[in-house]
Write a protein that binds this ligand. Structure first.
Ligand code: FES
Ligand SMILES: [Fe+2]
Length: 441
């Protein structure tokens, strides 16, 4: 079958990725069905719905959903599709509403998704069987929070969320524990599309190799500041190491040297953090860290902290929603630095994001080239890959399936191997299950 030829391991150290995974509509359909609609997706943060009747909308694969807080304070995740004829019942990204009224024929739902009105029902001549069916907004089968980070799954048959996350929990803890009150979204979001496959973002988010060539303008700014000894004065040194951790279920992490405390908003809280979480975890909080919550989100922390959630729209079109995150109650000066550095680096109008997007779109266009099947972009770091946890993992208490620790310019690419193995497994299992069900019927 075709899927066997997309991620190929010819030998222990030859890992090949076929260009069709970024451009083939059939592969895209498999991804929607077996990956995005087959496992847990990150939806957002509980802090986006702090009060009763708060809600935000998002998607799990192709399915529009509403995450909402009911009158009693319980959070729900329901499908944003009227049970009558399917219209969206909520059109805004976020807000506060006691109910959702469908604008087509006026059916209404409360903040838990329960149907509270079928317009003119008495006069409607409905058959008795009509009341046998639920008219409520369909609940998403699995919905859970890990420390205020919300996940949902359309597939009821997934492991418990904490099992699914595994060691990624430790990496999420490094974010949530930055304040005793947890984290929040700074007001405002970024939303944009790029004309490229979603896996270009998935890969780039943990790709240290691109930084020096893709972001020269940002590096120039850093150098100027270093000359004035203000920020990032220790950003690059031959003594510094960087590394990657590949976890189970497609999750991964990339980490690197910490900028100087003066360069980061978290630097303002260094003493408090060391007291509260200990010196090792405080050190890791200060590191540059990007982590992937497979399949649809990444947290990126360097000069500021970003949550990125993507929604694949087509093989060559992806929607991005981006949020600036912050520890609740951080000092005003730190918050100011966080927002300014977020705008500078992460914003769609910043110094980094347009560079990255241009590359994704260039890759997508370049990969239309006929006759070139295989990428050469997943080999760097192979000689340094190890199965045993390095000291950096052990001090943090994580046990990656594989990891790489190397020099500043190593630019490991092997972190994607486990992610793509899991990607392949989900698709293969899905196709096999469908084939088995087809042969039964
Ligand atoms: S589609 Fe919603 S009330 Fe008809
Ligand atoms: Fe980048």
């Amino acid at each position: 079958m075709k899927q066997h030829a997309l991620i190929v391991e010819k030998s222990a150290d030859e890992f090949l990725v076929h260009r069709d995974i970024y451009r083939d509509p059939e592969v895209f359909d498999w991804e929607m069905k077996y990956i995005f609609e087959g496992t847990w997706n990150l939806l957002g943060l509980e802090s986006q719905i702090p009060k009763a009747f708060d809600y935000f909308t998002t998607h799990i694969g192709r399915t529009p959903v509403i995450v909402t807080r009911d009158a009693k304070g319980a959070a729900h995740c329901v499908v944003n599709s009227c049970r009558h004829k399917g219209a969206l019942v909520c059109h805004t990204q976020q807000g506060n509403s006691r109910n959702f009224v469908c604008q087509y024929h006026g059916w209404a739902y409360d903040a838990s998704g329960k149907n509270i009105l079928i317009k003119d029902k008495k006069e409607g001549g409905y058959p008795p069987c009509f009341d046998n069916a639920s008219h409520d907004l369909a609940p998403v089968p699995r919905f859970a929070s890990y420390r205020g980070v919300l996940f949902g799954s359309l597939n009821p048959d997934v492991p418990e969320l904490e099992t699914y996350l595994g060691d990624l929990k430790t990496m999420i803890d490094l974010i949530v524990d930055q304040s005793p009150q947890g984290i929040e979204c700074v007001a405002g979001t970024g939303a944009f599309t790029f004309q490229g496959n979603w896996k270009l973002q998935l890969e780039n988010g943990v790709d240290p190799y691109h930084f020096s060539s893709t972001h020269p303008s940002y590096i120039q700014v850093l150098k100027k500041r270093a000359e004035s000894k203000s920020v990032y004065s220790n950003f690059k040194s031959s003594e510094l190491v960087r590394g990657t951790f590949a976890f189970g279920n497609g999750h991964n992490a990339m980490w690197g040297p910490a900028p100087s405390d003066a360069a980061t908003p978290l630097g303002h809280s260094r003493a408090e953090l060391e007291d509260r979480v200990g010196s090792v975890r405080a050190k890791w909080m200060a590191y540059v860290r990007n982590i992937t919550a497979f399949p649809n989100a990444q947290f990126a922390e360097n000069a500021s902290l970003q949550l990125r959630i993507w929604r694949p729209l087509a093989p060559d079109l992806t929607e991005m929603r981006t949020f600036c995150l912050a520890p609740v109650g951080e000092p005003a000066e730190a918050r100011r630095l966080r927002i300014r550095q977020y705008e500078e680096f992460f914003n769609p109008t910043g110094l980094a994001t347009p560079d990255d997007i241009t590359n994704y779109e260039d890759c997508q266009r370049g990969m239309q080239a006929a006759g070139i099947a295989w990428q050469q972009g997943h080999s760097r770091g192979t000689a340094f890959q190890r199965a045993a946890a390095p000291a950096e993992a052990l001090e943090l208490g994580v046990h990656p399936i594989s990891s790489v620790v190397g020099g500043f310019n190593l630019g490991d690419e092997t972190v994607m191997h486990e992610t793509y193995r899991y990607w392949r497994t989900l698709i293969e299992q899905g196709l096999m299950n469908d084939a088995a069900q087809g042969s039964e019927s």
